[in-house]
Every structure is written in C-alpha cells, then in structure tokens.
Design a protein around this ligand. Structure first.
Ligand code: MLT
Length: 411
C-alpha cells in the first residue's frame, strides 16, 4: 500500500493564488460581461525589454548551429551570467563573492521553497507575519511546521508580526529560532527594513548560530537611499545569510524564469554533534542532483540585463511600475483609507475600510468595482484586515481601477 506524505494533508486547502483564481473564475462565470481588472498576483504585464529579446534571439540561433549548440550546461549556471551578477549586483556595494557562491536557477519561488531541504527537521523556523506563503507551505510539506491551529498559525513555526503598530519592522523573537525567513522590500506589505534593524537580525543569527534566508526579489524597486539592497551590506552577514534574487520583477522574467541564489562559503549549519558543515556544499549537492540548470537561451537573455542598454531598459520598466504604485497609493489615500508600501516596492498594502475582514473586502471589491486584489489574511494571521494591490498592471488599468475605487466602491 502506497502511503502519502501526510504533511501535505496539513496544508490549507489550496495555494493562495489558486484560491483567488478559483473565486475570480466563478465571478466571471456568473458575470460574463464584467470587465475585471487584476491587481492580485504579482505578475508583470510589460513585454521583455528589447536588449533581452535580441539576446534571446541570438542564443536561439546559436542552438541551431552545430558549432555553437549547447547540451546540458553547468547545474550552477554559466560563468558568463554569474560573473555579471557579481560585477553589477555585488561588487559596487563592496561585497566580494566567488563564482561558486552564486547559483543560477529558474526562480526564487523554487529556491526559497527548496532551500529548506538542506536543513534538519528539528530546526525552529521563524517567519514574519504576513509572509509569502511559499516559506510556510514548504516547511509544512517537509514536516517541520506542526499542526495548523484555529488562530491560523502552525504550532511549531514562530510568527513575527509586522503590522502598522510596529511600522512593519520585525522584532527579534523571545524564543530561540534557528532559521529565519526575511523578505525586503517585503512581499506583501511593500515595506522595507533600515540597515540598523537588519543588523539586529544578523547579530541575532551570529549569536544563536541561526541562518537568515533573505529574499531580495524586489530589490530593484528600492528608491530611497539608506535601505540595504543586499543583506551582505551588513557586517558579518556572509557568515549567516543566504540571499535570493530574481530577474522576474526587475526584468519581466515571471514567464521566462531565471533567478539566482547566493550561498557564501562561510555560511555553516551543524550536525547534531556540533560539526560545522558548509551550506554551499550541500546546496551544490542538492542542485547537481535535482536540477539540470536554466536553459542556455534563458541565461543569455538574463545576461543582457547587464548591458548598458539592458540596464536602461530595466530601469524604465521599474519606473513604469513605480508610477502605477504612486497612482494607487495616492488614489487609495484620497478616499480616506490607510495605505502602506508602494514607495520602495511594487506592492501597496492597505487597511480595509471599517475593520472589514480581508476576504469580505476581496468579495466587495470584486463585486462592486470588478477589481481583483489579494486578501491580507492569505499571507498570515497578522494580515487580517489588510489587503494587497500590485503595481504590475498596465498604467491604463491602474488608473481605471483607482477611478472605480473612487466611484464604485461603497465605503
Ligand atoms: C505574489 O503575488 O506574491 C507573487 O506572485 C509572488 C511570486 O513571485 O511568486
């Protein structure tokens, strides 16, 4: 008799964005004429920039030629891309990395989900709350989370509330934790963390031999100075942090798939006997066994991000979405709702009107204004009473959505 992995049975019914999709599909079915504007899932809508397209085309042609054809590539990624990542994303910030500390992959969702495999099952996990659901769900699947209580929390996970009350800055936990997921600029709140606060976490990790899993997928959206672009800007972070970055949100790769994960050789975790083990080696072992690398063509496309034209074009993309973010922020504020984020991130996090719960507001917004957003509680119990909108739509739809907020939403 085949047995299932019963940990999967502990998961909530469906992945957040699948549940939203289900509700929207039902609404569409019941209201076929509704002109729905989707500001829910954080998926980009602009086409890939020309420099990237050109590079992709060239790479396709190379695959057609016996002389330049490529079969399996290195599981860790091609050096031509790794070198550019280091040269552009780290060296200018005074961060020194070796090529074999950067692992090219097909996405930060996969990497932040898979990374937990290299850690023991007895680790205490901490997440900020609200949180990108992948961090929690993958630990549930692995059997590290315990059971889901009526408070919406798994009993073996430490939830660190990030709400308006603490300005969305996570406070160090009272209990000891071993693995901490941090995401800044934050998904879903769109808020950032100053260096002095991030330093507290690095110091905590060093003092407790803990590891920080730092998701920097939205780094390109940082506009203000003084906000860390990489956790390695904090002294000592290379000993305790793994960082995830992606081409999805800065260069429009959500459907093209390319990202990278930095695992410095100094980062150690321990055997039960206290022997220090390099996580870089374990991640390399995991990737070489389970992953055959990102397609050459796609890596060539990603490398074009780091050309002069590519840099200009991805900045224009980010600017486009940040204009939307400003339109949403100002529009929502003008109708008297409290709004956060959207200054250094493509997400706007608002307080629902009249203390309404997140899913009720989701239904109200969909019914009255035909707008899809993401209920804050879907990201964790501290997201209750909040709601997320994304700036990744077209400018036209963003303006239309805000007009509907003003004219159709009854609050
Ligand atoms: C989101 O809406 O939170 C994004 O789709 C996250 C992701 O990139 O998977």
């Amino acid at each position: 008799m085949a047995l299932v992995n019963e940990n999967y049975l502990k998961l909530p019914g469906s992945y957040l964005f699948a549940e939203i999709g289900r509700r929207v599909a039902k609404f569409k079915n019941d209201n076929p004429d509704a002109d729905i504007i989707r500001l829910g899932i954080g998926d980009v809508t602009r086409a890939l920039p020309p420099a990237i397209i050109e590079s992709l085309h060239k790479a396709v042609d190379e695959m057609a030629d016996l002389q330049t054809f490529k079969g399996y590539g290195p599981e860790q990624g091609y050096d031509f891309l790794i070198q550019k990542v280091i040269e552009y994303d780290y060296t200018p910030r005074g961060i020194k990395l070796d090529n074999d500390e950067v692992f090219i992959s097909d996405g930060s969702k996969c990497d932040t989900g898979n990374i937990q495999e290299i850690f023991g099952l007895d680790n205490m996990i901490a997440v900020t709350d609200p949180v990108y659901p992948v961090y929690v769900d993958t630990n549930v699947m692995a059997g590290r989370a315990g059971v889901l209580g009526s408070d919406g929390k798994f009993d073996k996970i430490t939830y660190i509330p990030c709400t308006a009350e603490n300005k969305f800055i996570p406070e160090l936990p009272k209990n000891k934790v071993d693995i901490i997921y941090l995401c800044f600029p934050n998904n879903p709140t769109g808020m950032t963390i100053p260096k002095c606060e991030l330093k507290k976490w690095v110091d905590y990790a060093k003092a407790n031999k803990a590891i920080i899993l730092y998701d920097g997928a939205y780094e390109a959206y940082i506009q203000e100075s003084d906000i860390p672009h990489s956790i390695y800007e904090i002294e000592g972070a290379k000993e305790v942090a793994i960082e995830f970055r992606s081409f999805s949100k800065n260069a429009g790769f959500t459907g093209t798939r390319c990202a990278y994960t930095v695992v410095p050789k100094e980062v150690m975790a321990y055997t039960k006997d206290g022997e220090a083990i390099q996580l870089n080696k374990l991640w390399n072992r995991r990737q070489t066994t389970k992953f055959n690398g990102v397609p050459y063509i796609i890596q060539k496309g990603a490398a074009a991000v780091y050309t002069e034209e590519g840099q200009k074009q991805i900045k224009a993309l980010v600017d486009y979405y940040m204009t939307n973010a400003a339109i949403i922020r100002e529009g929502i504020k003008s109708i008297g709702l409290e709004v956060f984020g959207g200054v250094n991130a493509p997400y706007i996090w608002l307080k629902t009107p009249n203390g309404m719960d997140s899913w009720s507001f989701f239904d109200k917004l969909l019914t009255e204004a035909n707008i899809v957003g993401t209920p804050g509680v879907g990201f964790g119990p501290s997201g209750q009473g909040y709601f997320r909108l994304t700036a990744f739509g077209s400018k036209e739809n963003t303006e239309k959505a805000i007009e509907r907020f003003k004219t159709r939403l009854k609050i």
